[in-house]
Design a protein around this ligand. Structure first.
Ligand code: PMP
Length: 338
Protein backbone atom coordinates (compact mmCIF):
# COMPACT_ATOMS: atom_id res chain seq x y z
CA UNK A 1 0.00 0.00 0.00
CA UNK A 2 1.14 3.51 -0.75
CA UNK A 3 -0.04 6.07 1.79
CA UNK A 4 1.18 9.03 3.85
CA UNK A 5 1.37 8.30 7.60
CA UNK A 6 -0.21 11.65 8.35
CA UNK A 7 -1.16 14.85 6.50
CA UNK A 8 2.26 16.43 7.15
CA UNK A 9 3.94 13.84 4.96
CA UNK A 10 2.05 15.26 1.96
CA UNK A 11 3.81 18.64 2.24
CA UNK A 12 6.05 19.50 -0.72
CA UNK A 13 6.72 17.88 -4.10
CA UNK A 14 4.28 20.26 -5.77
CA UNK A 15 4.00 20.37 -9.58
CA UNK A 16 5.62 22.82 -11.98
CA UNK A 17 2.97 24.05 -14.43
CA UNK A 18 3.51 25.99 -17.67
CA UNK A 19 1.81 29.37 -18.08
CA UNK A 20 0.40 29.56 -21.60
CA UNK A 21 -1.91 32.47 -22.40
CA UNK A 22 -0.74 35.28 -20.13
CA UNK A 23 2.90 34.93 -21.15
CA UNK A 24 2.35 34.53 -24.89
CA UNK A 25 4.24 37.77 -25.65
CA UNK A 26 7.32 36.71 -23.69
CA UNK A 27 10.18 35.07 -25.61
CA UNK A 28 10.81 32.36 -22.99
CA UNK A 29 9.26 29.40 -21.17
CA UNK A 30 7.46 30.45 -17.95
CA UNK A 31 6.73 27.74 -15.40
CA UNK A 32 4.83 28.16 -12.15
CA UNK A 33 5.75 26.36 -8.94
CA UNK A 34 2.21 25.54 -7.92
CA UNK A 35 2.29 25.64 -4.14
CA UNK A 36 -1.45 25.39 -3.51
CA UNK A 37 -1.09 21.62 -3.81
CA UNK A 38 0.28 21.62 -0.26
CA UNK A 39 -2.28 20.34 2.29
CA UNK A 40 -2.88 23.80 3.78
CA UNK A 41 -3.11 25.21 0.22
CA UNK A 42 0.04 27.32 0.47
CA UNK A 43 3.82 27.15 0.38
CA UNK A 44 3.87 28.19 4.01
CA UNK A 45 3.15 24.60 5.11
CA UNK A 46 6.79 23.87 4.37
CA UNK A 47 8.28 26.52 6.64
CA UNK A 48 5.63 26.03 9.36
CA UNK A 49 6.58 22.38 9.73
CA UNK A 50 10.31 23.15 9.58
CA UNK A 51 10.05 25.88 12.24
CA UNK A 52 8.16 23.46 14.53
CA UNK A 53 10.59 20.59 13.95
CA UNK A 54 13.63 22.78 14.62
CA UNK A 55 12.02 24.21 17.78
CA UNK A 56 11.22 20.69 19.00
CA UNK A 57 14.77 19.56 18.30
CA UNK A 58 16.39 22.23 20.47
CA UNK A 59 13.74 22.26 23.22
CA UNK A 60 12.08 25.63 22.51
CA UNK A 61 8.85 23.72 21.87
CA UNK A 62 7.79 21.25 24.56
CA UNK A 63 4.84 18.82 24.86
CA UNK A 64 1.58 20.70 25.46
CA UNK A 65 3.06 24.06 24.38
CA UNK A 66 1.02 26.91 22.93
CA UNK A 67 2.31 28.16 19.57
CA UNK A 68 1.93 31.94 19.18
CA UNK A 69 2.44 33.82 15.94
CA UNK A 70 1.57 37.01 14.09
CA UNK A 71 0.42 35.56 10.79
CA UNK A 72 -1.46 36.75 7.73
CA UNK A 73 -3.13 33.39 7.56
CA UNK A 74 -1.09 30.98 5.47
CA UNK A 75 1.66 30.42 8.03
CA UNK A 76 -1.09 30.00 10.60
CA UNK A 77 -2.73 27.29 8.50
CA UNK A 78 0.56 25.39 8.21
CA UNK A 79 1.27 25.75 11.92
CA UNK A 80 -2.29 24.69 12.82
CA UNK A 81 -2.10 21.51 10.73
CA UNK A 82 1.24 20.55 12.26
CA UNK A 83 -0.04 21.44 15.75
CA UNK A 84 -3.03 19.12 15.34
CA UNK A 85 -0.87 16.17 14.29
CA UNK A 86 1.73 16.90 16.97
CA UNK A 87 -0.57 17.94 19.84
CA UNK A 88 0.05 21.69 20.36
CA UNK A 89 -2.36 24.63 20.84
CA UNK A 90 -2.25 27.66 18.51
CA UNK A 91 -2.97 31.38 19.05
CA UNK A 92 -2.66 33.62 15.97
CA UNK A 93 -2.59 37.39 15.87
CA UNK A 94 -3.77 38.74 12.51
CA UNK A 95 -4.21 42.25 11.07
CA UNK A 96 -7.72 43.43 10.18
CA UNK A 97 -6.87 43.93 6.50
CA UNK A 98 -6.65 40.16 6.02
CA UNK A 99 -9.61 38.42 4.43
CA UNK A 100 -12.41 37.10 6.64
CA UNK A 101 -12.03 33.78 4.83
CA UNK A 102 -8.48 33.47 6.16
CA UNK A 103 -9.62 34.10 9.74
CA UNK A 104 -12.51 31.64 9.42
CA UNK A 105 -10.21 29.00 7.99
CA UNK A 106 -7.78 29.33 10.91
CA UNK A 107 -10.65 28.99 13.38
CA UNK A 108 -11.90 25.96 11.43
CA UNK A 109 -8.63 24.16 12.17
CA UNK A 110 -8.89 24.86 15.88
CA UNK A 111 -6.76 27.98 16.29
CA UNK A 112 -7.63 30.98 18.44
CA UNK A 113 -7.50 34.14 16.28
CA UNK A 114 -6.94 37.67 17.63
CA UNK A 115 -7.53 40.56 15.19
CA UNK A 116 -5.43 43.79 15.39
CA UNK A 117 -5.59 47.10 13.48
CA UNK A 118 -3.43 47.29 10.32
CA UNK A 119 -2.69 50.98 10.10
CA UNK A 120 -0.65 51.47 13.26
CA UNK A 121 3.14 51.61 13.62
CA UNK A 122 4.81 48.23 14.24
CA UNK A 123 5.98 49.60 17.63
CA UNK A 124 2.40 50.60 18.62
CA UNK A 125 1.14 48.32 21.43
CA UNK A 126 -1.97 47.53 19.31
CA UNK A 127 0.05 46.31 16.30
CA UNK A 128 0.08 42.63 15.57
CA UNK A 129 3.84 42.52 16.08
CA UNK A 130 3.46 43.97 19.60
CA UNK A 131 0.40 41.93 20.56
CA UNK A 132 1.94 38.62 19.53
CA UNK A 133 5.16 39.40 21.43
CA UNK A 134 3.20 40.39 24.55
CA UNK A 135 1.03 37.25 24.45
CA UNK A 136 4.10 35.05 24.18
CA UNK A 137 5.55 36.70 27.29
CA UNK A 138 2.29 36.31 29.24
CA UNK A 139 1.36 32.74 28.21
CA UNK A 140 3.10 29.96 30.19
CA UNK A 141 4.81 27.19 28.15
CA UNK A 142 4.38 29.15 24.94
CA UNK A 143 6.63 29.52 21.93
CA UNK A 144 6.69 32.65 19.77
CA UNK A 145 7.44 31.50 16.24
CA UNK A 146 8.52 34.86 14.71
CA UNK A 147 8.54 33.83 11.06
CA UNK A 148 10.15 37.16 10.09
CA UNK A 149 13.43 36.46 11.86
CA UNK A 150 13.26 32.67 12.39
CA UNK A 151 16.03 31.13 10.23
CA UNK A 152 14.10 27.84 9.86
CA UNK A 153 11.71 29.73 7.54
CA UNK A 154 14.27 30.30 4.77
CA UNK A 155 15.93 26.97 5.59
CA UNK A 156 12.71 25.09 4.73
CA UNK A 157 12.79 26.53 1.23
CA UNK A 158 16.54 25.94 0.93
CA UNK A 159 16.02 22.27 1.80
CA UNK A 160 12.81 21.52 -0.13
CA UNK A 161 11.41 24.12 -2.56
CA UNK A 162 14.79 25.06 -4.08
CA UNK A 163 15.95 21.46 -4.74
CA UNK A 164 12.52 20.57 -6.18
CA UNK A 165 12.67 23.44 -8.70
CA UNK A 166 16.25 22.56 -9.65
CA UNK A 167 15.30 18.89 -10.19
CA UNK A 168 12.04 19.64 -12.01
CA UNK A 169 13.79 21.95 -14.50
CA UNK A 170 16.76 19.57 -14.94
CA UNK A 171 18.94 22.48 -13.86
CA UNK A 172 17.72 24.60 -16.80
CA UNK A 173 16.13 27.36 -14.72
CA UNK A 174 17.61 30.80 -15.55
CA UNK A 175 15.35 33.13 -13.51
CA UNK A 176 13.35 32.77 -10.30
CA UNK A 177 10.59 35.33 -9.62
CA UNK A 178 8.60 35.45 -6.38
CA UNK A 179 6.66 37.78 -4.09
CA UNK A 180 8.48 38.79 -0.91
CA UNK A 181 6.93 39.09 2.56
CA UNK A 182 9.02 37.56 5.34
CA UNK A 183 11.60 36.77 2.65
CA UNK A 184 11.78 33.09 3.54
CA UNK A 185 10.78 31.83 0.10
CA UNK A 186 13.05 34.05 -2.00
CA UNK A 187 16.05 33.72 0.32
CA UNK A 188 15.88 29.93 0.76
CA UNK A 189 15.09 29.07 -2.87
CA UNK A 190 17.43 31.78 -4.21
CA UNK A 191 20.38 30.65 -2.09
CA UNK A 192 19.97 27.01 -3.15
CA UNK A 193 19.61 27.85 -6.84
CA UNK A 194 22.60 30.22 -6.89
CA UNK A 195 24.74 27.56 -5.21
CA UNK A 196 23.88 25.23 -8.11
CA UNK A 197 24.38 27.91 -10.78
CA UNK A 198 25.51 31.42 -9.81
CA UNK A 199 24.20 32.78 -13.13
CA UNK A 200 20.57 32.23 -12.12
CA UNK A 201 18.83 35.57 -11.56
CA UNK A 202 16.56 35.99 -8.55
CA UNK A 203 13.86 38.68 -8.71
CA UNK A 204 11.59 39.78 -5.88
CA UNK A 205 8.09 41.10 -6.43
CA UNK A 206 7.24 43.96 -4.08
CA UNK A 207 4.16 46.12 -3.65
CA UNK A 208 3.66 49.91 -3.54
CA UNK A 209 3.62 50.84 0.16
CA UNK A 210 6.53 48.53 1.03
CA UNK A 211 10.20 49.27 1.74
CA UNK A 212 11.99 46.40 -0.05
CA UNK A 213 12.68 47.76 -3.54
CA UNK A 214 14.03 51.12 -2.41
CA UNK A 215 16.12 49.50 0.35
CA UNK A 216 17.63 47.02 -2.12
CA UNK A 217 18.53 49.79 -4.56
CA UNK A 218 19.81 52.44 -2.16
CA UNK A 219 20.50 50.77 1.19
CA UNK A 220 18.19 53.39 2.70
CA UNK A 221 15.20 52.46 4.89
CA UNK A 222 12.85 55.15 3.57
CA UNK A 223 9.74 55.68 5.70
CA UNK A 224 8.14 57.64 2.84
CA UNK A 225 7.82 54.32 1.01
CA UNK A 226 5.43 53.08 3.71
CA UNK A 227 1.69 53.58 3.24
CA UNK A 228 -1.39 51.34 3.40
CA UNK A 229 -1.89 48.90 0.54
CA UNK A 230 -4.35 46.17 -0.33
CA UNK A 231 -2.20 43.31 -1.66
CA UNK A 232 -1.92 40.52 0.91
CA UNK A 233 1.13 38.43 1.75
CA UNK A 234 3.86 40.55 0.16
CA UNK A 235 5.62 43.80 1.06
CA UNK A 236 6.61 44.95 4.54
CA UNK A 237 7.14 48.08 6.63
CA UNK A 238 10.06 46.38 8.39
CA UNK A 239 13.21 44.57 7.19
CA UNK A 240 12.79 40.93 8.28
CA UNK A 241 16.02 39.02 8.95
CA UNK A 242 14.79 36.37 6.51
CA UNK A 243 15.22 38.72 3.54
CA UNK A 244 18.74 38.02 2.30
CA UNK A 245 19.23 41.05 0.04
CA UNK A 246 22.61 39.73 -1.13
CA UNK A 247 21.06 36.91 -3.19
CA UNK A 248 18.35 39.12 -4.76
CA UNK A 249 19.23 40.67 -8.12
CA UNK A 250 16.36 43.15 -8.16
CA UNK A 251 12.78 43.97 -7.20
CA UNK A 252 9.83 45.03 -9.30
CA UNK A 253 6.77 46.67 -7.73
CA UNK A 254 3.22 45.74 -8.76
CA UNK A 255 0.18 47.94 -8.04
CA UNK A 256 -2.80 46.72 -5.99
CA UNK A 257 -5.05 47.09 -9.05
CA UNK A 258 -2.77 45.05 -11.31
CA UNK A 259 -2.39 42.37 -8.63
CA UNK A 260 -6.19 42.08 -8.41
CA UNK A 261 -6.70 42.01 -12.19
CA UNK A 262 -3.91 39.50 -12.83
CA UNK A 263 -5.25 37.23 -10.09
CA UNK A 264 -8.51 37.23 -12.07
CA UNK A 265 -6.66 36.64 -15.33
CA UNK A 266 -4.88 33.60 -13.91
CA UNK A 267 -8.25 32.10 -12.97
CA UNK A 268 -10.09 32.95 -16.16
CA UNK A 269 -7.33 32.55 -18.76
CA UNK A 270 -5.19 29.76 -17.28
CA UNK A 271 -7.67 27.89 -15.04
CA UNK A 272 -5.41 28.73 -12.10
CA UNK A 273 -7.58 29.76 -9.13
CA UNK A 274 -4.99 31.44 -6.92
CA UNK A 275 -4.45 34.11 -4.30
CA UNK A 276 -3.66 37.79 -4.60
CA UNK A 277 0.13 37.45 -4.52
CA UNK A 278 0.05 35.08 -7.52
CA UNK A 279 -1.46 37.98 -9.51
CA UNK A 280 1.40 40.20 -8.30
CA UNK A 281 3.97 37.53 -9.17
CA UNK A 282 2.78 36.93 -12.75
CA UNK A 283 2.44 40.68 -13.38
CA UNK A 284 5.98 41.02 -12.01
CA UNK A 285 7.17 38.46 -14.58
CA UNK A 286 5.51 40.47 -17.39
CA UNK A 287 7.11 43.70 -16.12
CA UNK A 288 10.53 42.01 -16.32
CA UNK A 289 10.05 41.07 -20.00
CA UNK A 290 13.14 42.93 -21.21
CA UNK A 291 15.36 40.74 -19.00
CA UNK A 292 14.34 37.49 -20.72
CA UNK A 293 15.58 35.92 -23.96
CA UNK A 294 14.49 32.95 -26.06
CA UNK A 295 16.23 30.11 -24.24
CA UNK A 296 15.43 31.30 -20.73
CA UNK A 297 13.43 29.19 -18.28
CA UNK A 298 11.63 31.44 -15.82
CA UNK A 299 10.09 29.90 -12.70
CA UNK A 300 7.50 31.97 -10.82
CA UNK A 301 6.22 30.72 -7.47
CA UNK A 302 2.50 30.94 -6.68
CA UNK A 303 1.97 31.00 -2.92
CA UNK A 304 -1.68 30.32 -2.15
CA UNK A 305 -5.21 29.45 -3.29
CA UNK A 306 -8.08 31.57 -4.63
CA UNK A 307 -10.68 30.30 -2.15
CA UNK A 308 -9.24 32.66 0.47
CA UNK A 309 -10.08 35.67 -1.76
CA UNK A 310 -13.59 34.95 -3.10
CA UNK A 311 -14.97 38.00 -1.26
CA UNK A 312 -12.17 40.18 -2.61
CA UNK A 313 -10.79 40.42 -6.17
CA UNK A 314 -13.20 37.72 -7.34
CA UNK A 315 -16.10 39.96 -6.27
CA UNK A 316 -17.13 42.86 -8.56
CA UNK A 317 -18.50 44.96 -5.68
CA UNK A 318 -15.18 44.76 -3.84
CA UNK A 319 -13.34 45.70 -7.05
CA UNK A 320 -15.69 48.69 -7.60
CA UNK A 321 -15.36 49.96 -4.02
CA UNK A 322 -11.60 50.21 -4.50
CA UNK A 323 -11.86 51.89 -7.89
CA UNK A 324 -10.39 48.87 -9.68
CA UNK A 325 -13.55 48.70 -11.79
CA UNK A 326 -14.62 52.20 -12.75
CA UNK A 327 -18.26 52.07 -13.80
CA UNK A 328 -21.46 50.23 -12.92
CA UNK A 329 -21.72 48.31 -16.18
CA UNK A 330 -18.20 46.92 -16.26
CA UNK A 331 -17.44 43.59 -14.59
CA UNK A 332 -14.10 42.06 -13.69
CA UNK A 333 -14.61 39.75 -16.65
CA UNK A 334 -14.43 42.77 -18.99
CA UNK A 335 -11.10 43.81 -17.48
CA UNK A 336 -9.71 40.36 -17.98
CA UNK A 337 -10.55 40.40 -21.68
CA UNK A 338 -8.50 43.61 -22.23
N1 PMP B 1 2.16 35.37 -0.78
C1 PMP B 1 1.37 34.98 0.23
C2 PMP B 1 -0.07 34.74 -0.06
C3 PMP B 1 1.90 34.81 1.52
O1 PMP B 1 1.09 34.41 2.52
C4 PMP B 1 3.25 35.09 1.74
C5 PMP B 1 3.82 34.99 3.12
N2 PMP B 1 3.80 36.22 3.82
C6 PMP B 1 4.05 35.52 0.66
C7 PMP B 1 3.45 35.63 -0.59
C8 PMP B 1 5.51 35.88 0.81
O2 PMP B 1 6.33 34.78 1.16
P1 PMP B 1 7.55 34.96 2.13
O3 PMP B 1 6.99 35.33 3.48
O4 PMP B 1 8.25 33.64 2.16
O5 PMP B 1 8.42 36.05 1.60
Amino acid sequence: MDYAKNILETIGNTPLVKINTLTKNLPCLVLSKYETFNPGNSTKDRMALKMIEDAEADGRLKPGSTIIEGTSGNTGMGLALAAIVKGYKCVFVISDKQSKEKMDILRAVGAKVIVCPTNVEPTDPRSYYSVSKRLSQETPNSWYVNQYDNPSNAKAHYESTGPEIWRQTNGKITHFVVGVGTGGTISGVGKYLKEQNPNIKVWGVDTYGSVFKKYHETGEFDENEIYPYITEGIGEDILPENVDFSIIDGFTKVTDKDAAIYTQKLAKEEGMFLGNSAGSAIKGVLQLKEHFTKDDVVVVLFHDHGSRYVGKMFNDEWMRERGFIEDENTTAEDLVKN
